[in-house]
Design a protein around this ligand. Structure first.
Ligand SMILES: Cc1cc2nc3c(=O)[nH]c(=O)nc-3n(C[C@H](O)[C@H](O)[C@H](O)COP(=O)(O)OP(=O)(O)OC[C@H]3O[C@@H](n4cnc5c(N)ncnc54)[C@H](O)[C@@H]3O)c2cc1C
Length: 442
């Protein structure tokens, strides 16, 4: 399909996350050829990733094959490829599998963890940014309980059973709550031979409140709820260093632990830097109000990768911003092709939520901040509705209902995670039409 340029305009979208998929769907059934590129062959529903890491849902329930999503979209094709950079001189996306020319380009590669140069943080913490991260963390966390059950040395056992989560934003709060419930419920029953009550979940936040982007009332409620559940919440506490066996705080305290989870900082995925695009300190890219890259009118940047200022502050890295930007960028491309005036992006905030545990969540919707069971129910419904595919919705719902009524978690499997290696092999062994692609511009 890509060996010869057709007469049609080609839009290349890099990244099949929330922004990239929204753009692809907006361009469906219009006379353009759309090619979606992603390093994975599945889309990940990141808001439920912490539940994979907490053995609550199966990875396959929050991942969805991209080709299946695109099946109804006749003019949209997919290529599994690792994108290295963009060559703006020749309008070509350089992938490990070969060059891909474009007429219009949408960059939607999302974000990755940033460690603020804290010594040891990158090497010795688990991140939660991809499905494989979630599986790795689940395996590691469950394996630590197995090790602890064999360990005779009291000090080592305590270290094995201490889990430190660095960063009190939504991901940190949600994982802390889910982990504590897992420990208090199924794991306490699984390990009757040693005292699971010895396990510690410590949530470390540098600011004076949890959930810094939400109203303070919700941060306070979250801290209270988590403490009631047994989580140690440390506010105004900064991490100085992480080693494989401890998290060291700036006040000199050492929390001995072999499991540190990093949810403290994110920045733009590195495609901008690799392509010579100027970035902000957090590696995001400043865009025009139309979402175009300054100086490259045919290139749009959307989602977590884009730095977009509205009403004096930068928009948060959330799925709603990404989806709305993906749609507007796609529509602007169509306007550009038709010689029409482009639309400026304006974010419609539909609210934010975080779940803390059973019957307990916080929500900030339309300026109304509320907590407890109502927020939890809304959180549940919104997340089920947003999942892709009826099968996944049904399975997650059944899973949640089962856990809710039985206090069990059914995904407590320690499985070797060979996904990364396998993907790497696919990438190296099956260069997708790269030979043909090299002749595209001739
Ligand atoms: C654990 C977690 C929980 C979250 N919870 C919420 C929540 O509850 N509510 C909410 O609104 N937001 C939440 N977010 C944020 C939300 O997921 C992001 O804002 C959103 O995913 C951004 O969409 P995006 O399309 O920009 O990037 P992504 O959805 O991250 O998609 C980027 C895509 O690009 C691909 N990619 C990246 N680099 C390359 C490359 N070099 N080559 C090829 N492909 C590449 C990736 O594989 C990925 O598919 C959460 C995020 C995380 C990590």
């Amino acid at each position: 399909m890509y060996s010869k340029r057709t007469e049609q305009t080609r839009v290349v979208i890099v990244g099949a996350g929330f922004a990239g998929l929204a753009a692809a769907k907006t361009l469906a059934d219009v006379p353009v050829e759309v090619l979606l590129l992603d390093r994975h062959n599945y889309h990940t529903f990141l808001p439920l990733l912490y539940q994979v890491a907490a053995a609550e849902v199966d990875p396959s329930q929050i991942g969805f094959p991209i080709r299946t999503i695109l099946r109804p979209l006749d003019n949209v094709d997919f290529m599994m490829a690792e994108v290295e950079r963009v060559d703006f001189e020749s309008d070509v996306v350089i992938t490990k599998q070969g060059p891909v020319p474009y007429d219009y380009l949408i960059l939607a590669t999302g974000s990755e963890a940033r460690f603020f140069a804290i010594p040891g943080a990158e090497a010795s913490t688990f991140t939660m940014k991809s499905l494989t991260d979630g599986i790795d963390l689940r395996n590691h966390m469950l394996a630590k309980f197995e090790e602890a059950s064999r360990e005779r040395d009291e000090t080592r056992r305590q270290r094995l059973l201490t889990f430190v989560i660095i960063g009190g934003g939504p991901s940190g709060v949600e994982y802390a709550g889910a982990l504590m419930e897992l420990i208090d419920g199924p794991l306490a029953k699984d390990y009757p031979n040693f005292c699971v009550e010895d396990a510690r979940v410590v949530l470390v936040e540098a600011m004076s409140s949890l959930l810094g982007t939400m109203p303070q009332k919700l941060g306070r409620y979250s801290a209270e709820r988590l403490r009631k559940m047994g989580v140690e919440v440390l506010l105004d506490t900064a991490v100085a260093e992480v080693t494989p066996e401890a998290v060291l705080l700036t006040d000199g305290t050492a929390i001995e632990s072999e499991t540190a989870v990093w949810t403290a900082g994110v920045g733009g995925e590195g495609i901008a830097g690799r392509s010579g695009i100027q970035t902000r300190p957090n590696l995001t890219v400043s865009v025009l109000p139309t979402l175009q890259l300054p100086d490259e009118p045919n290139v749009y940047v959307v989602g977590d990768l884009a730095a977009f200022e509205q009403s004096g502050s930068f928009l948060p890295m959330v799925a709603q911003v990404a989806m709305q930007q993906g749609e507007v960028a796609a529509r602007n491309i169509l306007r550009q092709m038709g010689g029409e005036e482009l639309q400026s992006f304006r974010y419609q905030d539909k609210g934010s939520m975080a779940v803390i545990g059973r019957n307990s969540a916080v929500a900030n919707i339309a300026g109304w901040a509320f907590t407890g069971f109502a927020a939890w129910l809304i959180w549940l419904l919104v997340h089920i509705a947003q999942l892709i595919g009826y099968r996944n919705r049904l399975l997650v719902l059944v899973n949640w209902a089962w856990s809710y009524f039985t206090f069990e978690r059914m995904v407590r499997l320690i499985l070797p995670n060979r996904l990364i290696d396998e993907e790497q092999q696919v990438v190296e062994a099956v260069p997708y039409k790269s030979v043909e692609l090299e002749f595209v511009n001739e």
